[in-house]
Write a protein that binds this ligand. Sequence first.
Ligand code: HEM
Length: 261
Amino acid sequence: MTQAPEYVAYARMDELHELQNPRSDARGELNFILISHVKELLFRAVTDDLDTARAALDRDDVADTCLALSRAVRTQRVLVACWESMNGMSADEFVAFRHVLNDASGVQSFAYRTLEFVMGNRPRDKVEATYEDGHPLLRAELAKPSLYDAVLAHLARQGYAIPQDCLEKSPAQQHELSAGVESVWLEVYRDTGKHHEAHRLAEALLEVAYQFSHWRSTHLLVVERMLGGKGGTGGSDGAPWLRAINEHRFFPELWTFRTRL
Ligand code: HEM
């Protein structure tokens, strides 16, 4: 047997191309699987950059944190752009193969859930399900403070008045909106010259949160375009369920303090 060229061998390209196996002859199913694979891999790329950002925060290195966050944002923009490719499919084309998905749904993606956990969205039901039979990666993530927990710990070390309960909660417990944290961000934005580093950090974090919400809202639009009022394969009522999810904001005080600015 001839040896595979190094390009193929290095990144195991032959194995990669064996992974897209449509279950129907419908036009559109191959692209649906390809884009799903691309998105899964990009979720991992963003998670990796956020992990780097979190490690830099633990060293109180804001420059490295911002660099890692800006890399994450670049990939998040690609994630949003991926919806363009999926929108090339019309609703009738989707209907032609939707039945082969059975109850498969993005809600079961452990790569997506890991990313949400890293960012800090750790609702109790998802945490309990993870302890019961979640993917090992997810369980490992719950043992670590989230990116936002790391931000608040960093700010506390810099002398900002982060409330003690935000710093002492267990990692698996989700950060809840805090008036004290909101006041800290307000202080930073009222004098950005004095709080230059914290301001840079806040802007970099907000961009990550913004891109995440952008991905979610575009997903909702794609869902309305493909499904109208139909329920999801994962058992939800579809668009209304996703609309409620769209209300969620990462790093909540970074959004709420603006009202008082
Ligand atoms: C035709 C395209 C798509 C449709 C119609 C669609 C539909 C839906 C629906 C209805 C839900 C709600 C849960 C359920 O009942 O299933 C959902 C959740 C989700 N979908 Fe999609 N989806 C599509 C493509 C994708 C792709 C390509 C990805 C990324 C790989 C994705 C990732 C997700 C994720 C991560 C959730 C869970 C969101 C959360 O828990 O906050 N979806 N999708």
